[in-house]
Design a binder for this molecule. Structure first.
Ligand SMILES: Nc1nc2c(c(=O)[nH]1)N[C@H]1C(S)=C(S)[C@@H](COP(=O)(O)OP(=O)(O)OC[C@H]3O[C@@H](n4cnc5c(=O)[nH]c(N)nc54)[C@H](O)[C@@H]3O)O[C@H]1N2
Ligand SMILES: Nc1nc2c(c(=O)[nH]1)N[C@H]1C(S)=C(S)[C@@H](COP(=O)(O)OP(=O)(O)OC[C@H]3O[C@@H](n4cnc5c(=O)[nH]c(N)nc54)[C@H](O)[C@@H]3O)O[C@H]1N2
Ligand SMILES: [Mo]
Length: 691
């Protein structure tokens, strides 16, 4: 991005046409940066609660007072009860992601979380590592474009997920690649595709297994690759016999002919790429769904091939996480680690606590209390399942510190709210796409606002005041340490802040795959040893028309939540007049048949109800969604109502469930594929008048 600064203020943000990675594209949210940066409700100084929790009375305090008191309170909890009773939380991975992990290790607490580890991306990343030793991303970067692109539970044209940029996918589809979309909605990206497979939410594994079935039954697989580079093919072929398209059609609602067609096309019109999204991760069969998709790639040889999928290469030194701070006994105290070994155990790629287990411990004190929570860029009341449980959990904390740019509904319940620096106000280095990097990007601070500090600076200062190990090393040093392999300093990167490295292909031919066998593990003995299925299977969602037919009398529709919108990042940007003008209200999408059965018309306010609660949304009636599914936006609160907004009127997570069963390996909970009802909002509904 090109940032124009005038009189110490950020005047504009424009995309950089010379960037070799973003090629001059930017999203609407990015362009709205100056508006949000200088928004009248932006936090500019530390706040301390006076009076009741959540009552909205605050005192402005200096950094010295705030950090001194927080450090003292943390030290007291650590000394009296042990560091494990202090929890750290962060939202989706940002600049400070590794610094928060480092802080957890410095403190000696295993109990930190990030939503992505169980419910976003890490199920896919972990399945990829177990299957072929790294993450693959679609090769939209080289000289050969993909001929077939499968868009699976993903809407990259809107969401640009995981450090990838959707315009490349869009251009490939417009440029003639055959597109197959697996999505209950005909999304912006699905509309660019040739074949739409409207899957029942939560049943993706059935479709993936049936596609593998067709490819093996019709001998469409890449025989040379499979023979030389995979293990477990015969067992897989036997295992897949039961998962026919006819079976999958009943489970997913997709016509069997379309399953055949998609499988044949994907296998025979390569190179082919699968762009997969967060819909894979937000159900209780996340890990095995991702495994089945990894196997699809392997059967067809779409691994490290031009126009297929590529591994990328990390070029930076890894983040100094201060791992020695956490001893073996402390690791055992990680909440959820024993149950979900690939989330929290030693085999986990990024070991963290299980969010439902952690919030349960806050509420109940079981298996041990969580006394303090510090969140760095996380709005759990809006983004974690079962919002009323989350509120109860936050209300019980002895110490709750929220670091944010705005007084969000979650921050409104804190004891201290610390003003975070916004992205143009901080230094960072990142590699993109995440886990399969092709570019190194450095970003240099251009302005400062009020007393705002970056999360890293806040953490460094707390660590220093507590005398924690490694607190002599500050974030600036770490950036230079990471850049050493490139022989440049962070300062040097100002010249060319983006370095793009074109993909290199077929590296496995020299090195093999980074798995125990050195090959692609269709059958994984490592998973079997951990007690997990060595071959992928299907599990019906626990709350569904099949699992709970009695509940469908009250809740006849399948609910999915959280489709991304270009204007909003989760619960953010609702303060921006520019974004609210484009998208003023929370929306639920439903098919005309679903609407007619409930006398709902387009643009009516409707009440969506699940076994957990009810919210109101504006109906968008459209044939771009399959009948019987209701899709609601997530992240809605109303900052214009003053601090805290109404966090319950239209919050999708009032409807979602944080209870068991979970994905056995990752602990994923269900945000997609639940049950709900829909009706017109009545005059006398208590939700009326609330927004
Ligand atoms: N129902 C439902 N729930 C979902 C999802 C869904 O699809 N459906 N998606 C889930 C997914 S995939 C994710 S990743 C999570 C995301 O969950 P969160 O990350 O909690 O979501 P955000 O709304 O982005 O909240 C982050 C907060 O960080 C603040 N912020 C932004 N930048 C910074 C910064 O640099 N420093 C600090 N300190 N604060 C900053 C913002 O003001 C905002 O209040 O939501 C999950 N929740
Ligand atoms: N503008 C914007 N961009 C974002 C974000 C944001 O909040 N706003 N969030 C960022 C984050 S943290 C993430 S994780 C990524 C996510 O990026 P994506 O993976 O693209 O996420 P979504 O748009 O939530 O979901 C993709 C599609 O899944 C469909 N879907 C719903 N349920 C199911 C199901 O059960 N199966 C299948 N196959 N499809 C289903 C939805 O209709 C939707 O079109 O986006 C990132 N980018
Ligand atoms: Mo995410």
């Amino acid at each position: 991005m090109v940032m124009e600064v005038a009189n110490g203020r950020l005047a504009s943000v424009r995309p950089d046409p010379e960037s070799p990675f973003s090629l001059g594209y930017a999203c609407a949210k990015g362009l709205a940066t100056p508006e949000l940066m200088y928004h009248p409700s932006r936090l500019l100084a530390p706040l301390k609660r006076v009076g009741e929790r959540g009552a909205g009375s605050w005192k402005v305090v200096g950094w010295d007072e705030a950090l001194g008191e927080i450090a003292a309170a943390l030290r007291a909890i650590k000394d009296q009860h042990g560091a494990r009773e202090i929890a750290l939380g962060q939202g989706t991975a940002r600049h400070h992601y590794c610094h928060v992990r480092r802080f957890a290790n410095q403190l000696g607490t295993p109990n930190w979380y990030e939503p992505g580890l169980a419910n976003c991306f890490l199920p896919r990343v972990t399945a990829s590592y177990f299957t072929y030793g790294g993450l693959l991303v679609g090769d939209f970067y080289g000289a050969t474009p993909p001929r077939t692109v499968v868009i699976w539970g993903c809407n990259p044209v809107v969401s640009n997920p995981d450090g990838k940029l959707g315009f490349r996918v869009r251009d490939a589809l417009r440029g003639g690649a055959f597109g197959i979309a697996v999505d209950p909605r005909r999304s912006e990206t699905a509309r660019l595709c040739d074949l739409w497979l409207p899957v029942r939410p939560g049943t993706d594994a059935a479709l993936a297994l049936a596609m593998c079935h067709v490819i093996i039954a019709e001998r469409l697989y890449d025989e040379a690759f499979v023979q030389k580079w995979t293990v477990g093919f015969d067992e897989l072929a036997r295992h897949l016999a039961a998962f026919s398209p006819a079976w999958a059609s009943k489970v997913t609602g997709i016509p069997a002919e379309d399953i055949d067609r998609a499988a044949r096309r994907y296998a025979t019109a390569g190179p082919a790429a699968i762009e997969w999204g967060v819909a894979i991760d937000q159900n209780v069969n996340s890990f095995q769904t991702a495994r089945a998709l990894c196997i699809l790639r392997a059967l067809t040889g779409n691994i490290d091939n031009p126009g297929g999928e590529i591994f990328g290469e990390s070029r930076l030194r890894s983040y100094p996480l201060q791992r020695t701070g956490l001893n073996k006994a402390a690791v055992k105290g990680r909440l959820g680690a024993n149950d979900f070994k690939l989330l929290g155990g030693p085999a986990a790629i990024v070991p963290s606590a299980h969010i439902p287990a952690l919030f349960r411990a806050m509420r109940t004190g079981e298996p041990h209390p969580i006394r303090a929570l510090l969140t760095f860029g996380n709005n759990p009341l809006l983004t974690v399942a079962n919002a009323s449980d989350v509120r109860e959990a936050l209300a019980r904390l002895e110490l709750f510190v929220a670091v944010d740019m705005f007084l969000t509904p979650s921050a409104a319940l804190a004891d201290y709210v610390l003003p975070a620096a916004f992205w143009p106000e901080l230094d960072q280095v990142s590699e993109l796409p995440a886990f399969a990097p092709l570019a190194v990007v450095a970003q240099h601070r251009v302005v400062r606002t009020g007393q705002c500090r970056s999360d890293e600076e806040i953490i460094d200062e707390l660590a220093r005041r507590m005398g924690l190990p490694g607190s002599d090393k500050a974030v600036g040093e770490i950036l230079n340490h990471r850049l050493e392999p490139l022989n440049v300093t962070f300062e040097d990167m100002k010249e060319t802040p983006t370095r793009f490295y074109p993909p290199r292909y077929s590296r496995y031919r020299e090195q093999g795959f980074a798995t125990p066998s050195g090959k692609v593990e269709l059958l994984s003995q490592s998973l079997a040893r951990l007690g997990y299925d060595s071959l992928p299977t299907y599990r019906e969602p626990p709350e569904s028309p099949v699992s709970s037919p009695a509940a469908t009398r009250t809740f006849p529709y399948v609910l999915t939540t959280g489709m991304r919108r270009a204007e909003y990042f989760h619960s953010e940007q609702r303060q921006s007049a520019r974004m609210r003008k484009r998208r003023p209200e929370p929306v639920a999408e439903l098919h005309p048949e679903t609407a007619a059965a409930n006398t709902v018309r387009n643009r009516d306010w409707v009440v969506i109800r699940s076994p957990r609660g009810a919210i109101k949304m504006r109906a968008h009636v459209s044939t771009n969604i399959v009948p019987g599914v209701v899709a609601v936006e997530h992240g809605w609160w109303f900052p214009e109502q003053g601090p805290g907004g109404d966090a319950f009127a239209s919050n999708a997570n009032v409807l979602t469930a944080d209870g068991p069963p979970y994905d056995p390996a990752m602990g994923s909970y269900q945000l997609r594929g639940l049950l709900c009802s829909v009706e017109r909002l009545r005059e006398d509904d208590p939700l009326n008048g609330r927004d």
